[in-house]
Design a protein around this ligand. Structure first.
Ligand code: IDC
Length: 494
């Protein structure tokens, strides 16, 4: 914000001298100073918007909305208009540092239309900031990320990613030191938000989080008087109602985080969020996934659609987990993608594909929960056209009756990719302790992902064995949440 441009300094000096002579307060000086800087920033922003192609997309960005603040339950831009941030979170910076590069951020900004990037820095775990991590290297990555975000006209969240260190007070001293340094450095950066504790858990109550937050916020505010601060809530940032009942007072521009994983957290958590917002709590979804809470398992597009609808309706910002090629459902890139920028459609996992479509509006998974996930289709023109509950063809082998539903399909480099979900029913008449099924396809397949099973692709058939946790199936029992993604195949042979 306060760019140290000679011209501005000159104006500020004159203003300062004039104000001092007239006895005006330091606060007024700062306001004048800010106004002059903001005018200059807006001019520069026009140029930057042309470069990032953001003029056409019309989404809020630092160059248009400027410094953010909180009004009531809403995040707002400098002009007072509500702003919804939508973006993506890095995986742990220590584990996946490569994605912090300007080309990557630029592509996400221009092609994916994100307006925020979250820099997730684990505090515990291996390589964590408070355990055995290289603190200077981690801070350097954050500095780079903040600088690239600035250049690409993105907001950026500095995330103190507590997780296995369930109670944020465990590293209170380190947190205060870290945020003092960050807030001092970024006091005048319009595009920086601070997230002070990712997910308190392990029974850590709101009282403990609140006392931690008050300390850390105090430190941040002593350097940065108005940057937006995101505060975690109990139970992996889900119990926003507890914060709503006893919010932090005495400081402005605070928001409280809610995290959801759509295949695990559904109606009940949406209800909690709505009630908290209705009670006046500013909520920010700084992390979500469309799979289950482990970050893996099957994707639930229907629930994801319902969440997106609600977030849109309430204007709640949301950041997807995670920007990496780790072999887990929530990673937006396939493990086979070694690139750290210049991603193509064929590099995207099912989660990445969904996110891209949601953010850009292409293929529209957003909006209607029904549209997003409710349609079960058969490839190769055998479209049942109905909902998942409708009777579909089934095949039987390995003692199981198998229904293979296509949840999603898309084109990639001239080939069609299908995401299947299976419903397996034990029709063997006996209880099973472990199962194995085979799915024959019309043509050769390439397996790109699979969950809740051990997979082996052989030419045009796919063998799936149970995991240790879903192998026991009573007679007539059903196994759900088994799914996979294959390229090609032209449909299942019944
Ligand atoms: C997961 C990562 C996984 C990593 C693990 C570390 O996806 O690769 O091994 O953390 O413990 C969260 C957390 C987020 C989790 C994610 C999925 O904020 O750190 O990432 N998740 O489990 N909350 C709910 C889900």
């Amino acid at each position: 914000m306060k760019k140290k441009k000679i011209l501005i300094l000159g104006i500020v000096c004159i203003l300062l001298a004039a104000c001092c002579m007239q006895g005006c307060s330091g606060k007024e000086e700062r306001r004048e100073d800010k106004k002059a800087d903001q005018a200059q920033e807006r001019e520069e922003g026009k140029e930057q918007r042309k470069e990032t192609g953001q003029e056409e997309s019309g989404i809020a960005a630092p160059s248009t909305a400027g410094a953010l603040h909180v009004e009531g339950t809403k995040l707002c831009g400098g002009d007072g208009n509500p702003v919804q941030l939508k973006g993506v979170s890095t995986h742990g910076l220590a584990w996946f540092p490569g994605y912090v590069n300007e080309e990557c951020f630029g592509q996400l900004r221009k092609e994916w239309k994100v307006n925020v990037i979250r820099l997730a820095m684990y505090t515990a775990e291996s390589g964590g900031y408070c355990t055995d991590g290289d603190r200077e290297a981690l801070k350097e990555l954050i500095r780079k990320g903040v600088a690239y975000a600035k250049k690409q006209d993105l907001y950026v969240i500095i995330d103190w990613h507590i997780l296995s260190d369930a109670n944020p007070n465990m590293h209170l001293g380190e947190a205060k030191e870290f945020f003092a340094e960050m807030a001092e450095e970024y006091a005048d950066a319009d595009h920086v938000l601070y997230e002070i504790c990712n997910e308190p858990n392990g029974g850590t109550g709101w009282g403990e989080i609140k006392s931690y937050a008050e300390e850390v916020i105090g430190v941040i505010r002593s350097h940065d008087e108005d940057g937006v601060i995101l505060v975690g809530t109990p139970n992996w940032s889900q119990f926003v109602d507890e914060a709503a009942a006893d919010p932090i007072t005495g400081y402005g521009n605070l928001m409280y985080t809610l995290h959801f994983y759509a295949a695990t957290h559904k109606e009940e958590l949406r209800g909690r969020m709505e009630a908290a917002v209705d009670a006046g709590l500013p909520v920010f979804v700084s992390e979500y996934g469309i799979c289950d809470a482990s970050g893996s398992g099957a994707i639930d597009e229907e629930q994801a659609g319902l969440w997106m609808e609600l977030l849109k309706e309430r204007g709640v910002s949301c950041v997807a987990w995670n920007l990496s090629n780790k072999d887990e459902t929530s990673a937006i890139l396939l493990p086979s993608c070694g690139k750290t920028s210049g991603f193509e459609e064929s590099d995207l996992s099912a989660a990445g594909n969904w996110l891209y479509r949601m953010l850009t509006g292409e293929g529209e998974p957003e909006g209607s929960g029904e549209k997003a996930g409710g349609q079960a289709q058969e490839p190769g023109g055998k479209n049942g056209g109905g909902s998942e509950t409708q009777e579909t063809e089934a095949l039987t082998n390995g003692g199981m009756e198998i229904q293979a539903l296509v949840k999603n399909s898309w084109e990639s480099e001239g080939k069609t990719v299908y995401q299947y979900e299976l419903v397996l029913k034990n029709t063997s008449g006996k209880d099973m302790d472990g199962w194995e099924v085979e799915i024959p396809f019309h043509s050769k397949i390439t397996l790109t992902d699979g969950w809740n099973g051990e997979y082996e692709a052989r030419e045009s058939s796919l063998r799936i064995r149970s995991k240790d946790y879903n192998g026991s199936v009573p007679a007539d029992g059903t196994v759900l949440d088994v799914g996979f993604i294959v390229e090609g195949g032209d449909g299942v042979v019944y």
